[in-house]
Design a protein around this ligand. Structure first.
Ligand SMILES: Cc1cc2nc3c(=O)[nH]c(=O)nc-3n(C[C@H](O)[C@H](O)[C@H](O)COP(=O)(O)O)c2cc1C
Length: 183
């Protein structure tokens, strides 16, 4: 069974994007093994502390290396991706051995798919910019399908996201397409 690493682009406990990930996890039951990346202890990237890599960075690199694919569920912050997600990807994009740019990084060639829950744009701008970033650091992004959820008034007031049938179908189609994409 393939192993898919889920990365949530929100640090919020009741995050809608975490809720979306839990829905996707249910859809993958019996099809793929799912684990979640905890990166809350990863420091801000700073070349003064890059080598030797901090323990949290060593751990996330190992976790990413072991995954067959990555599914990112992220909110959109000001028409882009959240800073802590960029920080995580910056660490993953760097050589493990100082100045060794010949050995592929752990994100190089890694298959990635994107989803997000947010406002009117359904995180479209964020996913567009994230695709550009991931492509630059040589990840293999599945261009389509992606799932973008525009949160309804009830979600904003109750803090609980309930997917429509169409949104659940989109998520299911994305899950199936990604498992195929993993080969
Ligand atoms: C700094 C910041 C910027 C935001 N900018 C956007 C935005 O550009 N587009 C959008 O749809 N929502 C934006 N939001 C609202 C988020 O979509 C909303 O807070 C959402 O619940 C965050 O996802 P989460 O529930 O997974 O934490 C922004 C929120 C924050 C904190």
């Amino acid at each position: 069974m393939k192993h898919i690493l889920f990365i949530i682009g929100s640090l919020r406990k009741e995050s809608f994007n975490r809720q979306l990930a839990h829905e996707a996890e249910k859809l993958l039951a019996g099809v793929a093994e799912v684990t979640y990346l905890d990166y809350t202890d990863v420091p801000f990237i700073n070349q003064d502390i890059e080598h030797p890599a901090p323990a949290a960075v060593v751990r996330i690199r190992e976790t990413v290396a072991q995954a067959d694919g990555i599914w990112i569920f992220t909110p959109e912050y000001n028409f882009s991706y959240p800073g802590h997600l960029k920080n995580l990807l910056d660490w993953l994009s760097r050589p493990v051995v100082p100045n060794d740019y010949a050995t592929p990084t752990v994100i190089n060639g890694k298959k990635v798919t994107l989803s997000g829950a947010g406002g009117q744009m359904a995180t479209g701008k964020c996913r567009e910019k994230l695709t550009e970033l991931l492509t630059f650091i040589k990840a293999d992004v599945m261009a389509a399908p992606q799932t973008g959820v525009t949160l309804n008034a009830e979600a904003w007031s109750e803090g609980r996201m309930i997917l429509t049938d169409a949104q659940r179908t989109a998520l299911k189609e994305q899950a199936e397409a990604f498992v195929k994409f993993l080969g």
